[in-house]
Design a protein around this ligand. Structure first.
Ligand SMILES: NC(=O)c1ccc[n+]([C@@H]2O[C@H](COP(=O)([O-])OP(=O)(O)OC[C@H]3O[C@@H](n4cnc5c(N)ncnc54)[C@H](OP(=O)(O)O)[C@@H]3O)[C@@H](O)[C@H]2O)c1
Length: 288
């Protein structure tokens, strides 16, 4: 199995770079945005050259706020770029892994979503990601659609590393404000990478939630834990209403649980505090 060749899109992204460093496969090719995946010819040329057994498609337009005011770019990158890759995989023996988001469930309930819940995305970003999912489902048999959320981990200096950013803010400011109205699952990329391997090794196909386990955890709870684990003298306060005004109407509930992984006895994602502690201890060692 480890002889398989893997193509990873978004190789410099937070997840793509972690997959390249941590997947236990020897034959991995990563591609970045110098190859424009919205261009069908470039896509075909590259895949033909690499001849992958598996494509893990992490590349996406991920700035939820900016997607809201750039609808065309959002559908071009998140939906049509996915279509280009999928077109190539039709009738080919390639496993296509599409990284999606628990944000696509929208706001139909207050509790954690499972894979059988209705999907009703509320933002342009999540709508365009869901359209990407539909293309994968409608055209391919060998696919995994993995819905994750609130990712952290990997390189501490990555622009999207939420945990390290809060550390820097805390040592500079002494007080942090955080939103206690939005809930989700802080998810450690290293756990996610391992879970992807487990799914591939067990020859699973279909849609799976892949998050660290968390119940009713707000951004405020998350930031408080980050500061506690770093052991920094910093007060975390609940942000007053309106402090973090967003353009995108993101659901108050992005939380999920790995119902299908649980049923299949394949869930290896840890409790969110356990993984957060592991990652922060690693960061602390690097800071010593
Ligand atoms: N981060 C989260 O909390 C989270 C939550 C749920 C789902 N996800 C999903 O997980 C995946 C990875 O997210 P991430 O956090 O690693 O995102 P990221 O750090 O923003 O990486 C996205 C990558 O996509 C590449 N890209 C963008 N447009 C492209 C284009 N036209 N052609 C080729 N490459 C292009 C970018 O390349 P350049 O760097 O070269 O510009 C970037 O490296 C995404 O599909 C995202 O929707 C993430």
């Amino acid at each position: 199995m480890h002889g398989k060749k893997i193509l990873i899109t978004g190789k410099n992204g937070m997840l793509g770079s972690s997959l390249i460093s941590n997947l236990k496969y020897n034959n991995i090719v990563g591609i970045d945005s110098t190859i424009d995946l919205t261009n069908n010819q470039q896509v075909c040329k590259k895949i033909k050259e690499v001849k992958p057994d598996i494509i893990i498609h992490t590349a996406a337009y991920t700035d939820v706020e900016s997607c809201e005011t750039n609808q065309d770019k959002s559908y071009l990158v998140n939906t049509l770029m996915t279509q280009n890759l999928v077109n190539y995989c039709i009738n080919q023996d390639i496993l296509f892994v599409y990284i999606s988001s628990t944000g696509i469930y929208g706001r139909s309930k207050d509790d954690r979503y499972n894979e059988f819940d209705e999907v009703n995305p509320t933002t342009v970003h999540h709508k365009s990601k869901f359209e990407g999912e539909k293309i994968v489902r409608n055209h391919l048999n060998k696919y995994l659609i993995l819905r994750t959320g609130w990712l952290y981990g990997g390189d501490k200096n990555h622009r999207k590393n939420f945990v390290y950013k809060r550390y820097l803010e805390a040592i500079q400011n002494g007080t942090l404000y955080s939103d206690n109205t939005q809930i989700g699952n802080p998810t450690y990329i290293s756990d996610f990478v391992e879970q992807i391997e487990v799914l591939i090794e067990n020859q699973q196909f279909g849609i799976f939630n892949c998050v660290n386990s968390a119940s009713n955890i707000s951004r405020y709870d998350y930031v408080k834990k980050i500061i506690e684990f770093f052991d920094i003298d910093c007060e975390v306060k609940v942000a007053p209403q309106g402090m973090f005004k967003r353009i995108a109407p993101v659901s108050h509930n992005e939380s999920a649980y790995n119902y299908k992984l649980e049923l299949l006895n394949l869930n290896i994602m840890k409790k969110w505090e356990v993984s957060l502690k592991i990652y922060i201890n690693l960061l602390k060692k690097g800071l010593e």
